[in-house]
Design a protein. Structure first.
Length: 234
């Protein structure tokens, strides 16, 4: 499986995705820094313009990193898998003496591992920059995290895994509709459902919701490879 995952990275030129992920991480870090220390989230009178519950720095960090990497995951899944069907390169891969399920699972794993790692590193970069700068500057947002706590890293890993796994829901839709665009559009819809606020209410802060999302994501991942041995190519 590891050899197949490395093959997928090499075949799809993972270097360009590493470059794009680095650029995205830098942009997100600069944006969150500006929100926290340059006052771009403040009203003209200098007070923070944020709804109750969103006035701590972890809220925008989790929001913008989740939004960005859910779409990034969708783009990679569309490129690695759906485009392989559309371009008929999957025909060649399925002619190898390897089970189709294993090939498809390796493609999904290649995207998941890359984006999970990239999201974790990006979050650590942003949280680290904010923690360092907060020692000498006053943040518009409350500093509500402790990078010296084990709980901080456990939550960071869990939340990152949940977000990246949601990409499998978008992949299933894209395979059913035979469309790369459907994967990306579904990613945006998932962002709206999971990250947007309805008044003061948001599913992002629900303790049970991440567990439900993981279960649903795993179900759609299984459905994506189910009966692939008998299923016709797109």
């Amino acid at each position: 499986m590891l050899k197949l995952i490395r093959l997928e990275w090499n075949k799809n030129n993972v270097g360009k995705y590493i470059r794009n992920a680095c650029i995205l991480a830098a942009v997100l870090c600069l944006f969150v820094y500006a929100l926290a220390f340059l006052g771009i989230a403040n009203d003209p009178d200098g007070t923070l313009d944020a709804v109750e519950g969103m006035d701590t720095i972890s809220s925008p960090i989790e929001l913008f990193t989740s939004m960005s990497f859910l779409v990034f995951t969708g783009v990679m899944l569309a490129s690695f898998i759906v485009s392989a069907y559309k371009n008929k390169t999957m025909d060649l891969m399925f002619s190898y003496p390897i089970k189709r399920q294993k090939i498809l699972a390796s493609q999904m794993a290649a995207v998941w591992i890359f984006n999970f790692t990239a999201l974790v590193v990006t979050k650590l970069l942003i949280y680290g920059c904010i923690a360092i700068e907060a020692r000498r500057m006053q943040s518009s947002f409350g500093i509500d995290f402790d990078m010296g706590s084990a709980g901080f890293y456990i939550q960071l890993l869990i939340k990152s895994a949940v977000i990246v796994s949601m990409g499998f829901i978008a992949l299933f839709v894209g395979l059913k509709m035979r469309s790369q665009a459907a994967v990306i559009v579904t990613s945006f819809v998932l962002i709206l459902l999971t990250q947007a606020n309805i008044g003061d209410y948001s599913l992002a802060g629900n303790a049970v919701f991440p567990l439900l999302l993981v279960a649903v994501s795993v179900m759609f991942a299984v459905l994506s490879v189910w009966n692939v041995e008998e299923r016709d190519l797109l």
